[in-house]
Structure formats: structure tokens, C-alpha cells
Design a protein around this ligand. Sequence first.
Ligand SMILES: Nc1ncnc2c1ncn2[C@@H]1O[C@H](COP(=O)(O)OP(=O)(O)OP(=O)(O)O)[C@@H](O)[C@H]1O
Ligand SMILES: [Mg+2]
Length: 385
Amino acid sequence: MLNTNRSKQSLDASRVGSKAHDLARRLRDSIVGQDEAIAPIVQMYQTHLVGLSSRGRPVATFLFLGPTGTGKTRIVEATAEALLGNPGAVIKIDCAEFQHSHEIAKLIGSPPGYIGHRESSPRLCQETLDRHHTESVQISIVLFDEIEKASDALWNLLLGILDKGTLTLGDNQRVDFSRSLIFMTGNLGAAEMNALLSSRLGFAPPDRKNERLGERITASGVEAARRRFTPEFMNRIDKIVVFKPLGTTELEKILDIELNAVQRRLFQSTPGCALELHVSETGKRYLLREGTDTRYGARHLKRAIDRLLVQPLANLIATEQVLDGDVVSVDFCSASGELLFWKESTNQPRQEEVAVTTYEDAEILHSDFAAPVRTMAPQTQLAPV
Ligand SMILES: Nc1ncnc2c1ncn2[C@@H]1O[C@H](COP(=O)(O)OP(=O)(O)OP(=O)(O)O)[C@@H](O)[C@H]1O
Ligand SMILES: [Mg+2]
């Protein structure tokens, strides 16, 4: 009999479980300004975890478009890092390598009896797909990069994977993609996007304008995808995301992420010379200025960090001007228009014990370090060669 006294309890269907929440947090920590791409990855993962994904299809298929250097590939690596503990746990197919139909044999192998059969194993076999599985996570992350360059043969192959979640190899063996997250990235509409971005060259647009620019970029990406891809293909994609161009606010956050990555490299990759790095606010502003070019996104910023910070640091390490445990401060000097590198000595008399002139010099150069200059130990200026 029906219980007529049932009370209603409102539910929150937007909340996700702890594993999906953890994935969202880790993606937000490493990917800036592209929440529209993070949300569907997290949602599809959540749906898969509770077993509600459609049967006989991949866990999810995404198409990522948008300007260069905005995080399309990085978000795939970050997903692999969050789920499988390794950013390299991505099975990457560079579609530019398969522009001719005969090259497809490299992916799926040749049928028995054909030349080349048995010579090398197909790149998309089950073993490759399962290679990065861990005890707790049996998901494969597959990336088809530069999708617009795929040959018709690769298209047909992809249609089968997206539709049925399986791929038949040259020797008739089946590869199961039903536990795969499939990402496709492309530069469709890049010319139109570049034209839109070039009109704001050299400076990052303020937020409101940025929003409108983002909308126009999204429209040109979706339009270009509709022109290039057949409706059957578009229909099989769970979510198309056009990545937004990165403005000053986003690049500032990416700079912090990248500086943390440099610090990690200093601790991990230079055994015997673990340095502590401090970059002042003026130093950061300089890196940001040198690394901002809306056309090239965060790649331009990363190149500026490499050229202006990492390479000089490498010289300082190689010439033993800095040693294990040293603290290196980096500041911008407006007189010379470049970054200056300082070693903060710890085994010498403290700042207030040395000559006043030294303190004044230090104050000019280190005016915006968090630590008060008056209590800082004396510093040695370094020449990065
Ligand atoms: N939104 C972002 N958040 C954090 N880092 C980013 C972002 N966009 C780019 N980066 C940084 O810039 C690098 C280059 O970005 P990525 O390889 O993802 O570009 P892309 O969008 O795939 O460009 P392309 O279309 O040229 O392949 C990344 O490795 C990452 O360090
Ligand atoms: Mg890319």
C-alpha cells in the first residue's frame, strides 16, 4: 500500500562525490580560466564512477578548440595526472602523422598476409590502451591531436570508436574503448581567432571586453567545426569546448603555477643543488610583461620564464655561484631593464650589523620582497654568465 504521509526532502543534484570532487579541485589548481572544459570532464567521470555511462561507448568524448597555448593539451595531461598519477599517461595520436590513408596501418596493423604484418604491433592495441591503468583506476586517456589533419580513413576509424566504443585491428582483434576518455584537440578557426586576437596585440584586454572576445572566439570555433566536420561526427561528441583566450588575470595565475614548477624542478631535478627561489613582485611583473602576447597564450609566458629565469639559473648552478641550500632572490632593476640575481647568505653577520650603505643599496633593490630588508642577511649579486 502507498504511504500517503511521505514527506519531501529537497536534493542537491549539483554536488558530486569525493573522487570527482578531488578531480575538479586538482584540475582547477592547474588549469586557469577554462572552467567550461573542467566541468564536463568531472561530470562524465562522476557518471562513469556510479556506472550510469551509456553502455558500449567511451566514457566521454570531447572536442577542444580555441587559440594556441590556452590549455587544450595541458588539461588532458592534468586529467591523467589527477586520475592516474602521471601527466604522461596519455595515449597520444598525432593526427598529422596519418594524413594518408595507407598510414592507418601504423595504428591498427596490417591484415595477416600483408607486408609489414607482425613487423610492429599496432599503436592502438588493447595493451597500449590499458598500459597506464592503476590498481584503483582502470581508465584510459586517449588524445587525438590536430584532429582536422586526419585522413578519411582515420575519420572512419574514429567514427566507429566514438559510436560503438570498439576498434577492429588488422588481424580482426577488437580493442575495447568503453573505459576510455577520448579527447580531440584542433586549431580549427585559428585564422579567424588570430585576427580577433591581433587587434588587441601587446596588451591583455580588460575583463568585460575579454568576455565579448571570448564569445566571438567561441562562435568562430564552433562555426569552423561545423564547416569541417560531418553532422554524424558532431553528433557523437559529448561536448565541444572552445577554449578562451588568456588575459592578464589568467596569465598572472599561470605565472605563479609556472614559478612553483621551476621551484619543484630546482628541488627535484638538480640533486646536490637544491635552491630556494624568491621572485619579487617587480620581478613577476617584468616576467608577465615580457611574456604577454595574446596570440600565443601561455606558451609565450613559458618561453619568457625559460629565457629570463631558468637559463640564467642554470648558468649560476653550472658555474657554482650558487650551491646546495642557497636562497636565490630575483628582482627587476629598472635602471638596467633586466632581472638581477642575488644570493642571500646565511652564515654572515646579519644586515643591521653591516655598513649602512649596504643596507640602502639592498633596500632599493629589494623594496618589495615580503621579508623586511632590515632583518635580511647580506646578499651577493650573481652574474648569470
Ligand atoms: N589555461 C591554462 N592554465 C594553465 N596553464 C596553461 C593554460 N594554458 C596554457 N598553459 C601552459 O602553457 C603550455 C602550453 O599549453 P597547451 O599545450 O595546453 O596549449 P594548446 O592549447 O594545446 O595549444 P595548441 O593549439 O598550440 O596545441 C601548457 O603546458 C601549460 O604549461
Ligand atoms: Mg595542443
